[in-house]
Design a protein around this ligand. Sequence first.
Ligand code: DC
Length: 200
Amino acid sequence: MVIFTVAIDGPAAAGKGTISRAVAAHFGLAHLDTGLLYRAVGAKGGDPVLAAQTLTEADLARGDLRTLEAGQAASRVAIIPEVRAALLDFQRRFARREGGAVLDGRDIGTVICPEAEVKLYVTASAEVRAHRRWLEVGGDEARVLAEVKERDARDMGRADAPLKAAADAVVIDSSDMSVTAATSLAIGIVGDALRAAGKV
Ligand code: DC
């Protein structure tokens, strides 16, 4: 029975998604992008608590969840403790599923799975993150930077499960490193932990 959780937290546009997908593919682990849950709740409209309590696969499959607007809406509904509570069990079960899992988000190592075998906190300066996001979405780079800073402030400043590195997380700062280099680093750290735990 292999129970092995990799928690990858960090601010918006830090490369968590790319790193998490690569780590999951490399080691054959399941992957959950927890930001998508909050994005789907924000995009659904209406009462966010009800939206979180009744979230379906179809809600997660919407094509408009990756926009800057969906990110802002997600960050706003993520402040609400009842929304977070409604999404907790699903994430916890996913984290401890048979075969191992990688979850990326804001509170995986601190709240969802404090017992995760590996915790990474992936970050970079706001300017570097905004530039990377701007290369993907285009538009006005100054506006993208303002959005990144606004989301950082809201995600780090909220009372319930704020974004912060767990005390035992390994911090990967990719401000002066490509996302590819940060990914290799993460794969090395996870491989070492799997070997140390006798899981490979
Ligand atoms: O990772 P992302 O950019 O898709 O996340 C969108 C928003 O969802 C983020 O700004 C805050 C919220 N979120 C959260 O509060 N907790 C998580 N574990 C993941 C995302």
